[in-house]
Design a protein. Structure first.
Ligand SMILES: Nc1ncnc2c1ncn2[C@@H]1O[C@H](COP(=O)(O)OP(=O)(O)OP(=O)(O)O)[C@@H](O)[C@H]1O
Ligand SMILES: [Mg+2]
Lengths: 365, 285
């Protein structure tokens, strides 16, 4: 089912949670709604499901105006952040619920319901838990049951609110892969909410980045990562060091940044040297974290006292290092992206030699 | 006695505070002593007084025509009041816990009024409304409807006095549970009624039962409000508590205590049921 959201606004009292949003989702798409806490992701998802009434705008399903349709009529599958399993029912009854509440005319027989539920439980690999109660399940298992329950009524749209939010890293990784597989098998239009950029970029076909009740950018993971529309998207999609004003203008003279500019540099785009060169800036090592495949440094610029982060692979560190806390190193900024602070859009991207980099591609290398 | 807790207060196990043994036993002793003097001893007195003149007289007092009529009226009142309170209580609690609307705070305050005002005053209000000199008096008289000094008045007064029990039990419980399960039911295609009977009601059944037990105890034991509207017509508008008073005033002490022992028994049964429900809730919660 294709979904079109046109000029939708939603306010809670005087607070506008969704501001004049436009969004088109293709049939069978796998969409991530990504944004910081309070940006309106859940609200948008609930508006699509009909769980929230909109104040202005229209919502179309397959080109038909669904704005006034009830939740029931929209036939969406909704998976709640905290699963919302029925506590007083067994797992079997939970999954069977959607089938049992169908009007008598179209309700499957008891036998059919049983078969269907067991099939779904097998699908989520939890058929052995049919007689348990939700309280007796782990978080990951509950999440899978919540999904099985939503799928039982064969929705054409699947909406998931932070499906992996409350789970530990390992289970989360497993469930991510599993959800992708399910989407590939069933090919239902799926929209999931997350505030984890890695999760969105890894899983989704389309990423919708939200901030303050507005959409900042829509695109494939590559598009939004490589061509961020504005400073917010750039900084939200990965770690950045931010330089503005004085420290930008005086220390990167080649960049010709103006007072209105903000410069962003990703930590892995800074190279550390033990000797100074013409483009480098001296900084003292504050902290080194060597756990994992990347080594992370925290440094303080000697000229402006600003803190910034640097990352390098541990292989690279082995060749160059070791560095020590308190040591003075020379940081070379390989790439800097400038945003106009007023319009929030990209001014130019330049490397420190002052050449304009035509496309923002260098920071993937 | 029935606890009157403020709205929205959750009952939670008290934290363990380390105390010197002497102080601890002093506290426990005081509490138990107080309970003994004010609750246990009176309860024992009721039963000893009731049985003082032998078991036959005890049952004779209960089998007396007027006593039986009083028991019947009390049971009937409870049978009307408790279900009505269940329905109104659930509706009011649902409205308050799950919806935002203007005047919600006023409604919450209003619900507490029956606990805040003296039952006698509650009874008087009904007399002022429905009595022959009251606001609706002339209307009722011309239509030949009798409320005060008859059964409808007793039922009304009892509903008024017992209304908060169910609501106050349900509101904090429903607020805590939120609406997610109900929303899940709706997205799965349930109608409003299906949602209510399959999700909302099962989720609040223990709280509801708890409220109803307390409501029932009060409905059967209410004296003040009922006394004002009843008119004390023997065999017609006397409930058990009123009958006890009459017997006592007429110096039929053992009979009075015999009938009173029924109320004491009711209290004991109520306490047992209440503990059972509490235990069950804790197990399921
Ligand atoms: N029922 C409500 N009443 C009042 N304000 C609300 C309500 N629901 C959401 N809001 C407000 O709307 C804004 C957006 O909320 P929303 O839940 O959509 O954010 P979110 O992006 O899902 O955040 P999170 O990642 O923390 O879940 C927030 O500022 C929130 O306080
Ligand atoms: Mg949310």
């Amino acid at each position: 089912m294709g979904i079109k959201i046109r000029n939708v606004t939603k306010a809670f009292g005087t607070y506008t949670a969704i501001q004049d949003i436009n969004l088109q989702i293709q049939k069978g798409d796998f969409v991530a709604l990504l944004g910081p806490s309070g940006s309106g992701k859940t609200t948008l998802l609930r508006l699509i499901a009909g769980l929230e009434n909109l104040d202005a705008g229209k919502i179309f399903f397959n080109g038909i105006d669904y704005t006034a349709k009830t939740v029931k009529e929209r036939k969406v599958g909704f998976v709640f952040q905290h699963y919302a399993l029925f506590k007083h029912m067994t797992i079997f009854e939970n999954v069977a619920f959607g089938l049992k509440v169908k009007p008598r005319k179209i309700r499957p027989t008891k036998k059919e319901i049983k078969e269907k539920v067991m099939e779904l439980l097998k699908f989520v690999q939890l058929e052995h838990l049919a007689d348990r109660y939700p309280a007796q399940l782990s978080g990951g298992q509950r999440q899978r049951i919540a999904l099985a329950r939503a799928l039982a009524v064969e929705p054409e749209v699947l909406l998931l609110d932070e499906p992996f939010g409350a789970l530990d890293a390992k289970v989360r990784q497993e469930l991510r892969r599993w959800l992708r597989e399910i989407h590939q098998k069933l090919n239902i239009t799926t929209i999931f909410v997350t505030h984890d950029q890695e999760e969105a970029l890894e899983m989704a076909d389309t990423v919708v980045i939200m901030n303050h009740g507005k959409i900042e950018q829509i695109g494939s993971p590559e598009e939004v990562y490589e061509k961020p529309a504005n400073a917010f998207v750039y900084s939200f999609l990965g770690k950045v060091n931010e330089f503005k004003g004085e420290s930008l203008v005086t220390n990167f003279p080649h960049v010709k940044g103006t007072e209105e500019a903000v410069g962003y540099i990703r930590p892995h785009e800074i190279v550390l040297h033990q000797q100074s060169n013409e483009n480098s800036i001296p900084a003292v090592v504050i902290h080194i974290n060597k756990a994992g495949s990347t080594v992370r440094f925290e440094l303080k610029r000697l000229d402006t006292d600003e803190l910034f982060e640097v990352e390098m692979t541990s292989d690279h560190y082995k060749k160059q290092g070791p560095f020590h806390k308190g040591e003075i190193l020379y940081a070379e900024f390989k790439n800097i992206v400038l945003f106009d602070r007023k319009t929030n859009s990209i001014q130019t991207e330049k490397n420190v030699q002052g050449e304009v980099v035509s496309a923002i591609s260098s920071y993937m290398s | 006695m029935i606890a009157k807790e403020p709205l929205n207060v959750k009952r939670v196990g008290a934290g363990r505070i380390p105390l010197a043994p002497i102080r601890k036993w002093l506290l426990i002793g005081t509490a138990l002593g107080f309970l003994g003097v004010f609750i246990l001893i009176p309860l024992l007195v009721v039963f000893t007084e009731a049985l003082k003149k032998g078991i036959e007289l005890y049952f004779a007092a209960l089998k007396d025509v007027d006593a039986l009529a009083a028991i019947k009226l009390t049971l009937m009142t409870a049978a009307i009041v408790v279900p009505l309170n269940a329905i109104f209580g659930v509706i009011a609690a649902w409205a308050i816990a799950k919806f935002e609307f203007k005047g919600k705070n006023i409604l919450i305050t209003l619900i507490d009024i029956p606990f805040a005002v003296s039952p006698v005053i509650a009874g008087l209000v009904f007399v002022l409304l429905f009595g022959s000199q009251g606001v609706f008096g002339p209307f009722l008289e011309t239509n030949n409807i009798k409320i005060i000094f008859s059964i409808p008045g007793i039922v009304l007064a009892t509903i008024f006095v017992t209304f908060p029990f169910v609501v106050r039990e349900l509101i904090p419980m429903m607020q805590e549970q939120g609406s997610e399960e109900e929303e899940a039911a709706i997205t799965l295609g349930a109608s409003g009624w299906q949602m209510f009977f399959r999700v909302t009601l099962p989720n609040m059944k223990w709280g509801l039962l708890y409220g109803l037990i307390l409501c029932n105890a009060r409905a059967m034991g209410e004296f003040g409000a009922v006394s004002v509207v009843s008119g004390h017509i023997r065999g017609l508008t006397n409930t058990v508590p009123l009958h006890v008073e009459i017997l006592y005033n007429e110096y039929h002490f053992s009979a009075a205590f015999a009938v009173a022992s029924l109320l004491a028994l009711l209290a004991l049964v109520t306490l047992v049921l209440k503990s059972l429900v509490e235990w069950k809730t804790r197990k399921n919660g």
